[in-house]
Design a protein around this ligand. Sequence first.
Ligand code: 173
Length: 323
Amino acid sequence: MRRVARFIAAIVASVLAVPLAAGAQEVTLKVVSAFPESSLYVKRLEGWIERANADGKGILRLNFIGGPKAIPTFEVGNAVRTGVVDMAMSTGAFYTNVFPESDALKLTQMPIAEQRKTGAYDYINRLWNQKGNMYYLARIVEHQSFHVYLNKKIDRPDLTGLKIRVTPVYRDFFTALGATVMQTAPGEVYTALERGVVDGYGWPVGGIFDLNWHERTKFRVDPGFYDAEVSLIVNLDAWKKLSRAQRDFLTRQGLAFEGLNDFWKTYAQEEIKRQAQAGIQVIRFEGAQAKQYLDRAYEAGWAGILKVSPEHGAKMRDLFSKR
Ligand code: 173
């Protein structure tokens, strides 16, 4: 009888031990980037992963698979949604094919630190959960306005007759300015410029040297508009499968990464200087014209979001706009 009892006790113990052990085990998450590997975004991502892995021994490990050669830029969102990968660094404009509201993050007019206090972050995360099966972990690029870069001179805010490379970020605004637009991933911009297929492109203030576009760029148009968003998104099922300790760890690491975002302010200044040194001239709209240009950017941007998502669009406009 004692042997039977011991036998049963052993079985009960082993059954109980399985989930306990699973919770305590190190988990590995597969990470990809929607941006090319030569970009500064990826360099900073790799640095963060290295630090996180050093801290996370026995808890969680991040395994960086690669950039668009692993998963093409505009397919990364679906790869996260379906769990083909566990985590990605991307921007909302690259996964409007998963849910169109993703592109609205370019329109935030306050830093992510503030979005976390006002409820904007919570709204984003809930929407990302429901519509994208994604957990919105951290925004790791901000303080980077977008610009039009051109090879033909303009003297007023009018892109009529020009063919401009876009993503969803710029589509509505550039179209409103009269441009003919052509969408490409970042990896195809250089070739499009080289072949003269486009007269210019949209991109943030920083980063044009990473893929040598400065060799094929004559003008930058000022002022910049919106705020470039690059974030870490996690497959929601993978997120839910993590233990409390693993989720806390990843949250802390994400917040630490966000805490470095002031870097982008200095980087913007450095990149402006570097562009000037490379001979890129500035076409600058000033005064009332600049204001009109910016108003038009936000109007076109929000109109595009509201058209595809009236309710969430209105709510996000409320949460994302300057008070
Ligand atoms: O590819 C792009 O121009 C784009 O949409 C983007 C978004 C955020 C950061 C950098 C580029």
